[in-house]
Design a protein around this ligand. Structure first.
Ligand code: F6R
Length: 607
């Protein structure tokens, strides 16, 4: 979603800020803007891509060593030049960039209008900069603090003022902010990707904290002005993680990286020699986890699909009652939760607003909270009692692929670890460990089919409606396969349990409709074969994901993507890979921008 980058130091700010914006492009946005301090404020904003902004900037007017820039994902008001950030107060002296939502912006706007303030944009954000200006009396830090007292909602903000050159005031509540600490230069950003090129030394602002940053120092404090000492830590990502490295798109790079990502995720955790799983992040809560009677998983989108797989895994391998909940629904219900329950929040970014709120709701009611998160130091990672990082490296492509793989692996490892201490025998555990150990190589084998999958995508790319069907462990894969296709190719696709097809969706099947069956050899294979027959009888176009060596299915399906044989609970790890590639190729063939699909954001920080 929106991205913030601000710089103060000794170098020319504009190139640093523009580079930072480009590094954050993957987050999704629909307008961008920049402000530089140099005597006064010089601001440039544009709807559309960063390249549009770049082309309209006059470098000579944009000189200065302190400034800020922003990519906006529209919420309040269309993606126009006026609504783009930075927003500037009526006097033209103070500029602000904001991520998040000011919930009481209407009443603040009315209050300020009554005082004679004129608004230019339709945004909630402009209200905040005007409020800061309203309180400004020569000290930006004080004005920001005073204004934030009247604000309800979420924010990550950076503010600069023409009367206080070289100074950035930043504050966060519910929207991440990181400060990159260099030698006499600082980069404040909402995303590590905008910082990594300059320094790996960072501090993470926590919720309810502020920072005042100059070109040669900084101070941190709470919103109530209590000084806070922050630790400078090392960023875990490297520049190569966030560069294309010869691939045409991040999505393809990340699909192809999955063998390595899977190995990284399991490193030091799957120990086949000792016959055990070691998840250091859960060590302090091992007893509570084994004893819990109920696990509630909460997540959104792809992470929710991983949660659905986990529901099968925890019930199957650990015999614990498990429910998986859409975070957006869970947070507003009055869910029954006790202090005997364990809540697991799954989130690649660790910042998804609904997942975070659902987690807090569960914690409020006494549940033990675990996080399954990719981004180290993210809000969900910090607010949970314990957790397991994915360690798959940064995911830049908007469509989640390697993070989904990491989520599945971590959840499988958790289920096995708890399972062994409940119902799972050591020989069974050993069998799963051996199978997990072989997963990276098996995924690699599937990625080598990319060209063959491209041919199938070519054949079906113009079909505008697709069905994805699977049973048991293959049902979440059907949902995830359909989501991948629709989000990047804009083809309508629905996933559902195979048997549900008969209860309505079968009416859709025609000779033009591709129906993707996830039909690997498992306990429900025969049933799925019957469902394939039902589709064939109605002339549907069957594409199957099947287990290597299954020749029977080749006679029934128009195309088969073969995946290596693995134990049933591990099948989601392999079955999804050809479907990621299918979605990728279909989208590219249709001319879609797969890394920046329309309307989508990488990290959904609004509810
Ligand atoms: C789809 C996708 C989204 C995310 C969802 C949750 O490819 O990436 O559906 O899975 O927005 O995001 P995180 O995992 O960051 O909480």
């Amino acid at each position: 979603m929106c991205g913030i980058v601000a710089y103060t130091g000794f170098r020319e700010a504009r190139p640093i800020l523009m580079e930072g914006l480009k590094r954050m492009e993957y987050r999704g946005y629909d307008s961008a803007g920049i402000a530089i301090l140099n005597g006064g404020l010089h601001v440039s904003k544009a709807p559309g891509r960063i390249s549009v902004l770049e082309s309209q900037i006059k470098p000579d007017e944009m000189r200065g060593t302190c400034g800020m820039a922003h990519t906006r994902w529209a919420t309040h008001g269309a993606p126009t030049q006026i609504n783009a950030h930075p927003h500037v107060d009526a006097s033209g002296r103070i500029a602000m960039v904001h991520n998040g939502i000011i919930e009481n912006y209407q009443s603040l706007r009315t209050y300020l209008k009554d005082k004679g303030v004129e608004f230019k944009s339709e945004t909630d954000s402009e209200v905040l900069v005007q409020l800061i200006a309203h309180f400004y009396d020569g000290d930006l830090e004080v004005a920001v603090r005073t204004a934030l007292r009247d604000v309800r909602g979420t924010y990550g903000i950076a503010v600069i003022c023409a009367d206080e050159p070289d100074k950035i005031v930043a504050a966060r509540k519910g929207s991440p902010l990181i400060i990159g600490v260099g030698d006499d230069e600082y980069v404040v950003a909402s995303d590590a990707a905008a910082i990594i090129q300059h320094t790996t030394s960072v501090i993470y602002l926590s919720d309810g904290e502020m920072a005042v940053v100059w070109n040669d120092g900084f101070r941190t404090m709470t919103l109530d002005n209590v000084p806070v000492t922050k630790q400078v830590t090392d960023l875990e990502i490297s520049l190569t993680d966030i560069e294309l490295g010869g691939y045409p798109h991040f999505m393809l790079k990340e699909i192809m990286e999955q063998p390595q990502a899977a190995a990284d995720c399991m490193r030091g955790r799957v120990n086949i020699d000792e016959g055990r799983i070691h998840l250091g992040g859960l060590a302090n809560l091992a007893r509570e986890l084994v004893r819990t009677k109920r696990i509630i998983i909460t997540a959104c989108g792809t992470a929710w699909h991983a949660g659905l797989v986990a529901e099968y895994l925890f019930e199957d391998l650990a015999r614990i009652q498990t429910e998986v909940e859409y975070a957006s629904e869970f947070r507003y219900r009055n869910p029954i939760i006790t202090d005997q329950n364990v809540v697991i929040a799954i989130s690649q970014s660790g910042e998804t607003a609904d997942t975070l709120a659902a987690l807090r709701e569960a914690q409020e009611k006494g549940a033990i909270a675990l996080g399954v998160v990719n981004v180290v130091g993210s809000t969900i990672a910090r607010e949970t009692d314990a957790g397991v990082y994915l360690h798959v490296g940064p995911e830049i492509g908007v469509a989640s692929t390697k993070a989904y793989m990491g989520q599945l692996l971590v959840l499988t490892m958790i289920a096995l670890q708890i399972g062994r201490r409940r119902h799972l025998s050591q020989p069974d555990l050993q069998m799963y460990l051996d199978a997990l150990h072989a997963i990276p190589e098996k995924i690699e084998r599937i990625t080598k089919q990319s060209d063959a999958i491209l041919e199938v995508a070519e054949k079906f790319k113009d079909a505008n409606n697709w069905l994805y069907l699977g049973r048991g462990y293959n049902y979440p894969t059907a949902l995830e396969g359909a989501l991948k296709l629709k989000e990047i190719s804009y083809i309508h696709a629905e996933g559902m349990p195979s048997a549900e097809m008969k209860h309505g969706p079968i009416a859709l099947i025609t000779k033009d409709m591709p129906v993707v069956f996830i039909a690997t050899k498992n306990s429900q294979y025969e049933k799925v074969i019957s469902n394939i027959e039902e589709v064939r009888a109605r002339k549907g176009r069957v594409i199957a994901v099947a287990t290597e060596g299954d020749t029977e299915i080749a006679d029934m399906a128009e195309h088969v993507f073969y995946v290596p044989d693995v134990p049933e609970p591990l099948q989601p790890l392999v079955s999804i890979v050809p479907l990621q590639l299918l979605a990728y190729h279909a989208a590219v063939l249709r001319g879609c921008d797969v890394d920046k699909p329309r309307n989508l954001a990488k990290s959904v920080t609004v509810e």
